[in-house]
Design a protein around this ligand. Structure first.
Ligand code: GCO
Length: 256
């Protein structure tokens, strides 16, 4: 079997929420597989530092695009600017996400709306914006960052869990609408990984102990362990995979 199946040379990937954490790991992974990478976030200085890091790691082409993915008009303008200035977006990673934890019964409206907007609305806005060109070209890849919370709940994570369940089903809706146009729309569903988002959990000995017992692999995931699934879903190797959520979770969702 040829490894060209996984070669992303000549493709451009936009990764939302990629100045750190999972997004930056996904960008590094597809960049080292040959893709030209566009990092997205709201903090231009942070994005530029992240881009410098990817270049130092050997990613040949890295650009940055600062726009707020929760702002529909900013997304349309941002995608148009990328495609006019750099070229077509062949791969979209809808990765932007936030987790504001708290008891549902005491959760302020703004907390709920902030999580749903960042984790769900953004994926719709960005996919809609890039799909126009992908449909015209008859091909494209959309990879939505889902989660084990697309399937499972945990106390204090109400809006996050709701948003990840919804983006999992939005992935299937994208498949339903766009597969006939040559787009493959799938989800990557991480378990518990060592990131800035989960730092408070890793610092909690009780949670850390519970997680390592709950996860068959017996440990947290490390960010490079997401790259294989990301390159697979972004490449020709997954040309007949559509509407699928690929769990990268150490077995967590497979056992009670
Ligand atoms: C939590 C964690 C999880 C992880 C990840 C699991 O509070 O339980 O933040 O939500 O971030 O999403 O896939």
């Amino acid at each position: 079997m040829s490894l060209k199946l996984f070669d992303l040379t000549g493709r451009r990937a936009l990764v939302t929420g990629s100045s750190q954490g999972i997004g930056l790991a996904l960008a590094r992974g597809v960049g080292l597989a040959g893709a030209a990478v566009v990092l997205n976030g709201r903090d231009l200085a942070k994005l530029e530092r992240a881009a410098e890091g990817l270049r130092a790691d050997g990613v040949a082409q890295v650009d940055i695009a600062g726009f707020d993915v929760t702002d529909s008009a900013a997304v349309e303008a941002g995608v148009a600017r990328i495609e006019a200035g750099l070229g077509p977006i062949d791969i979209l990673f809808n990765n932007a996400g936030v987790n504001l934890r708290g008891a549902l019964d005491a959760m302020p409206d703004e907390t709920w709306h902030s999580v749903i907007a960042t984790n769900l609305h953004s994926a719709f806005y960005c996919a809609r914006a890039v799909a126009k060109g992908m449909i015209r070209r008859g091909r494209g890849k959309i990879v939505n960052t889902c989660s084990v919370m697309s399937m499972l709940g945990r106390p204090t994570t109400g809006p996050y869990t709701a948003s990840k369940g919804a983006i999992g089903m939005l992935t299937k809706a994208m498949c339903a609408d766009w597969a006939k146009h040559g787009l493959q729309c799938n989800g990557i569903a991480p378990g518990y990984f060592s990131t800035e988002l989960t730092a408070p959990l890793r610092a909690n000995a009780e949670f850390n102990d519970w997680l390592c017992k709950r996860t068959p692999a017996g440990r947290w995931g490390e960010l490079p362990e997401l790259v294989g699934a990301a390159v697979f879903l972004a490449s020709d190797a997954s040309s007949y995979v559509n509407g699928h959520l690929l769990y990268v979770d150490g077995g967590l969702t497979s056992v009670v």
